[in-house]
Design a protein around this ligand. Structure first.
Ligand SMILES: [Zn+2]
Ligand SMILES: [Zn+2]
Length: 176
């Protein structure tokens, strides 16, 4: 999905784009989020050769919980504003799209073509937490038998943090 800056009229132009199915699979194939369905919308404002781009991305995808290893649906709803500049990024070492925070970011566009998909991808990836959890109080897996403790109680003692040390202590206790 590309916006051709040369063809834009002065003032605001709205857009909206739905990403799903094969196209979304392709975009997110090398990332941890799968089966992404999203709607992107926004506007681009042109004033001479100055462009401001506002992008709103809302949708969901599937992630794997870091504690219980189950899949769960992850919802996102984010928006970013960019200053669009024509030409090459002056700092080559910088990332292609510099949107590390919520401030107005800068994008450098060559050939008057603003490619929106990489921006959408980056926005979604930035919302994924370092340790995704299916729910805040996910009980995780039993360290003894590996059962998903959200679904069943296998009866094993899991209250204390499991470590080789507590395991050894238990064996010693048993022997006495
Ligand atoms: Zn979980
Ligand atoms: Zn167990």
């Amino acid at each position: 999905m590309k916006i051709f800056l040369k063809e834009l009229k002065e003032g605001k132009t709205d857009f909206s784009y739905t990403l799903e199915g094969k196209e979304s699979e392709e975009l997110f194939k090398d990332s941890e989020i799968k089966r992404v369905n999203l709607n992107s919308s926004g506007w681009i404002q042109r004033k001479g050769l100055e462009y401001i781009f506002y992008l709103h991305v809302k949708g969901f995808g599937t992630l794997i919980c870091a504690r219980c290893l189950d899949e769960f649906q992850f919802f996102f709803n984010e928006d970013y504003t960019y200053n669009v500049f024509l030409g090459k990024d002056p700092s080559i070492s910088k990332k292609e799209y510099n949107i590390s925070d919520k401030d107005v970011a800068s994008i450098y566009v060559e050939n008057y073509e603003l490619n929106v998909l990489p921006l959408i991808k980056e926005i979604v990836l930035l919302t994924i937490p370092m340790k995704p959890l299916c729910k805040e109080n996910c009980k995780g897996l039993c360290p003894v038998c590996g059962a998903n403790l959200n679904n069943k109680n296998c009866g094993h003692e899991t209250k204390e943090t499991y470590s080789p040390f507590t395991y050894l202590l238990k064996r010693i206790e048993k022997k006495e």
